[in-house]
Design a protein around this ligand. Sequence first.
Ligand code: SF4
Ligand code: SF4
Length: 78
Amino acid sequence: MFVQSKKSFASVNYTICNPKTCNPGEGRCAAVPACTHKVIKQIDGVFEQPMIFQDMCMGCWDCIEACPLDAVFAKHVT
Ligand code: SF4
Ligand code: SF4
């Protein structure tokens, strides 16, 4: 019998996410250091929105806790 796997990973709502608002002084995304698995990166530098490499996400949701603007959410796919 084939059992379909369910996957959950963190995702960024880019209409809410704004490092200029959440960290106006340094432009650093708080979710980046919160992710001990190093799945979130500001690849374009500070003051730019972060990317989540969803294939590597462990679903621990530490990044969701860390974002002061509630821009990170748990996405569930079946
Ligand atoms: S995900 Fe949250 S903490 Fe990170 S840059 Fe966007 S708003 Fe700021
Ligand atoms: S849910 Fe956990 S592993 Fe996934 S991006 Fe957020 S902090 Fe990293």
